[in-house]
Write a protein that binds this ligand. Structure first.
Ligand SMILES: *Cc1c(COP(=O)(O)O)cnc(C)c1O
Length: 396
């Protein structure tokens, strides 16, 4: 039986592993040797579960969206990660990793951020747990995501502006890795998605797996069976999707649908559809699909959604696509915007632009009337209002 999980070296089939510079060897090995013991210890589980309940507000609701269901002629439940504290699923992972850092005796937290969502989640948890926090962010992103920068500062984090390369996420990640190399003793590096060297993809998937654990219980209450016919989630690096599908990977009755960012179209050269366009390569410590040119240079990805424009993809998802366990759609900017307006008008829920890509996949599938669908709304759309308003809904 294929279990689709990481092996002991962090490989998911042909993808994953830990391709790191010598200087990081000790940090990464320490983490590999520690994470499972801590995550499976009773004291960690108790602290993590209590914070998820009382601080984040879990379990997040599983909401039967009646008008959306009517439109797509099936039964659609929304997993409401948008209702979490700080407005998305990223807080689940940030709490877990900062707790792990404390268990490892680390005093200082660093993280990279693109759009700023992971930076805000990490800064939030560092304020809560009284940890020193430094966030690396590209100069371009700092200008584009002003409010998130101010939030991080208000929460007490230092925001370091990165001026190398394109001054975006990839460059901020390089800078965070450099910092980690210089302070291996006291510093813990919080990665925000199911990417990076082993053990990060597996660790982040486990921390986010609370999402599918809750779906099983909630669906059983609603439907008297604990699995849906379809699970749908968007993928940037892959963490909200990993959490959504984690406890269903081996249940082949459940179809897995992943929505990546098509940008202006996968043939337009302005896209972030890594599974459609990527080739095998190494990015930020993992072997995975990477959007690259013929010389292996990483190409700058594009999506209207800042949370999805990553040139790689988690190794778990690359393998699910290769094994045909998951069906992957590339949802273009205009399809995502249309889907966001549709959810807003049908259900009174303004989704994050990232989540709107998952919603955009609904029209690509022919459902049967008794199909049960669970779609994860990874975050709320407050941060994206300006972008939504720039589109004239009548021209979509
Ligand atoms: C960051 C983010 C994503 C993309 O990250 P994944 O690791 O793929 O989940 C999706 N939705 C929201 C709301 C985000 O903030």
């Amino acid at each position: 039986m294929n279990n689709y999980q990481a092996d002991s070296n962090g490989f998911y089939g042909n993808f994953g592993g830990a391709y790191i510079p010598e200087i990081l060897h000790r940090c990464v090995t320490e983490l590999q040797d520690t994470y499972l013991n801590v995550l499976e210890s009773n004291s960690f589980k108790e602290e993590f579960t209590t914070l998820l309940r009382d601080y984040v507000g879990r379990p997040s609701p599983l909401y039967l969206a009646r008008r959306l269901s009517e439109k797509y002629k099936c039964k659609i439940y929304l997993k409401r990660e948008d209702l979490n504290h700080t407005g998305a699923h990223k807080i689940n992972n940030a709490i877990g990793q900062v707790l792990l850092a404390q268990h490892m005796g680390k005093k200082r937290i660093i993280a990279e951020t693109g759009a700023g969502q992971h930076g805000v989640a990490t800064a939030t948890v560092c304020a809560l747990m009284n940890m020193e926090c430094t966030i690396y962010m590209g100069e371009t992103d700092i200008a584009r995501q002003h409010i998130n920068v101010e939030k991080m500062k208000m929460l007490g984090a230092k925001v370091r502006s990165v001026t190398s390369g394109n001054k975006t996420l990839k460059d901020a990640t390089n800078e965070a890795i450099r910092d980690w190399c210089c302070h291996p003793e006291n510093t813990y590096y919080v990665i925000g998605s199911t990417v990076g060297p082993h053990p990060y993809p597996d660790m982040v998937a486990r921390l986010q797996s609370v999402i599918s654990k809750e779906i099983k219980n909630q669906l059983f209450e609603h439907e008297k069976r604990d699995y849906p016919d379809y699970l749908i989630a968007c993928i940037g690096g892959g963490s909200n999707a990993a959490g959504t599908i984690y406890h269903y990977l081996n249940n082949e009755r459940v179809k897995i649908i992943l929505a990546e960012a098509g940008g202006k179209g996968i043939t337009s050269s302005q896209s972030a559809a890594t599974i459609h366009l990527g080739r095998l390569g190494i990015l930020h410590g993992a072997k995975t699909l990477v959007i690259q040119n013929e010389d292996g240079q990483i190409q700058e990805p594009y999506s209207i959604s800042a949370g999805l424009d990553y040139p790689g993809i988690g190794p778990l998802h690359a393998n699910l696509a290769e094994q045909h366990r998951a069906t992957v759609f590339a949802i273009n900017d205009n399809e995502a915007i249309r889907a966001a307006y549709e959810l807003t008008r049908l259900e009174g829920i303004i989704p994050a632009l990232e989540s709107a890509h998952a919603l955009g996949a609904l029209s690509k599938i022919s459902f049967k009337p008794d199909d049960i669908v669970v779609l994860t709304v990874s975050g709320r759309g407050d941060k994206d209002i300006e972008t939504f308003l720039k589109y004239d809904i009548h021209n979509l």
